[in-house]
Design a protein around this ligand. Structure first.
Ligand code: FAD
Length: 410
């Protein structure tokens, strides 16, 4: 009998298992994948996410994997680019974009080093119930027979298509259809000074440095264009790159190092992340478009919040249900504003006149540009930055650029 069984051993599952094990709980961590392995995901981790790795004692190990930090952010709106550095998160000034096969292996090993029992290549096929309550899992290792394991809590860290969430019929709320589709790949010989984002009308392309001297480059289109894009990915990808000439020139001078990976399965939803004997963490519990690159940072936050709640409940400090309700509340409080912000950006619509005015004003205001980047880095609350009085102060305050006047007049 385990205290917890965690299904899924990537950015949500392994930290949850690690944190529970470090508190003395007996944890089984299973994944049908083997590690190290990549998964369908780019991998930019904002300062707030990096701060989690630092607190967990894993940052030094990650930084030693031939992985340059991304200190600066460039947000190129076409006529001009904003460049800056978000305010730090607990002293962490840099972001990183580690390959998932690097990051996820470090997280898995940290769970194992803490004492979690890890089973790779193990697929969960059923949940075991006692009445309404989930009390375990049934599944099999590759080539093996069916085994049953029991636990006080089964945690679904099994991603957007979560088997655990579907089996317990976790209630879904604030669900919205996906807006974009995306393809990404890796390029060698592309000099980068941090991460770069190029929103364009109906398109977005972004890049950042990753392991081994490569750049990860990702492009987004409206989801309705997926079939067309898929029919000739390379041509369509390069067409988006041409909308960002400074990036396109570097891609042409460099060399693509891998094939393209892509998806149009990018829905928006929240799920109630707990019930009798079960909980959800990471993408299993809430999902959004990846174009603001928040998924891993959110998964780390949720691993922290959920392991606190399970600990409070299993130790008897608080009724478990009350502790898990607190987990859901805190997750949603933190996630909702960036969920809305991401939803708006994912429309890939040209910036509204107010946003054009804001970008124009930010051009003259480095401190507020840094704070704007802090919204995505999760070091400046969305509500603080976009408070009407703050926007009015920024747009009305500094030396007005011609872009302001044009935008306001439009
Ligand atoms: C194109 C794209 C780009 C992205 N870019 C970024 C980015 O730059 N930055 C960022 O922060 N986020 C990004 N994301 C989001 C990020 O990938 C997710 O938020 C993150 O992977 C969530 O981690 P997770 O641990 O919850 O789930 P996952 O990483 O999906 O892991 C789930 C695990 O569960 C296992 N599993 C599933 N079912 C079972 C089962 N029945 N039995 C056993 N194991 C099972 C799977 O094998 C898998 O290993 C991107 C996503 C996409 C699709």
């Amino acid at each position: 009998m385990y205290d917890a069984i965690v299904v899924g051993a990537r950015t949500a599952g392994s930290p949850t298992a690690m944190l529970l094990t470090r508190r003395g709980y007996r944890v089984l961590l299973v994944d049908r994948a083997g590690f190290p392995s990549d998964t369908l995901s780019t991998h930019y981790i904002h300062q707030a996410g990096v701060a989690h790795l630092d607190r967990w004692g894993l940052l030094e190990q990650l930084a030693a994997t031939n992985l340059p930090p991304a200190r600066r952010l460039t947000f190129d709106v076409g006529p001009f680019a904003l460049t800056g550095t978000p305010p730090p998160a607990d002293g962490i000034e840099v972001a990183y974009a580690p390959r998932r096969r690097v990051l996820d292996k470090i997280l898995l090993d940290a769970a194992a080093a803490a004492g979690a029992e890890v089973r790779e290549h193990f697929s969960v096929e059923e949940l075991v119930y006692d009445g309404e309550r989930v009390v375990g899992i049934r599944g099999r290792a590759a080539g093996g027979g069916t085994v049953t394991e029991r636990a006080h809590m089964v945690v679904g860290a099994d991603g957007v298509r979560s088997f655990v969430a579907r089996t317990v019929q976790a209630p879904v709320y604030d669900a919205r259809p996906g807006l974009t589709c995306a393809y990404y790949t890796y390029w060698g010989g592309v000099p980068l000074d941090g991460a770069e984002l190029y929103p364009r009308d109906g398109r977005l392309i972004g890049t950042s440095p990753t392991n081994d001297g490569l750049a990860i480059v990702i492009a987004f289109w409206p989801q309705a264009e997926f079939r067309r894009v898929r029919a000739d990915i390379e041509r369509n990808f390069l067409e988006v790159a041409e909308l960002a000439p400074s990036l396109a020139a570097r891609l042409h001078a460099g060399e693509r190092a891998e094939r393209f990976y892509g998806t149009a399965d990018l829905p928006f939803f929240f799920r109630k992340p707990y019930g009798p004997g079960w909980a959800l963490v990471g993408d299993a519990g809430y999902h959004k478009d990846p174009l603001t690159a928040e998924g891993i940072t959110d998964a780390f936050r949720d691993a922290d919040l959920l392991s606190d709640a399970i600990d409070a409940g299993l130790s008897g400090r608080r009724p478990l249900e009350e502790a898990l309700a607190g987990y859901e509340r805190r997750r949603n409080e933190d996630a909702l504003p960036i969920y809305e912000f991401t939803y708006q950006l994912a429309s890939l619509a040209p910036p509204a006149p107010e946003m054009q005015a804001l970008f124009g004003a930010l051009r003259e205001n480095q401190e507020e540009t840094n704070r704007f980047f802090g919204v995505m880095a999760r070091t400046v609350p969305v509500a603080d930055f976009f408070a009407p009085e703050n926007i009015a102060r920024i747009v009305g305050g500094g030396a007005e650029s011609s872009v302001d006047r044009e935008a306001v007049a439009a």
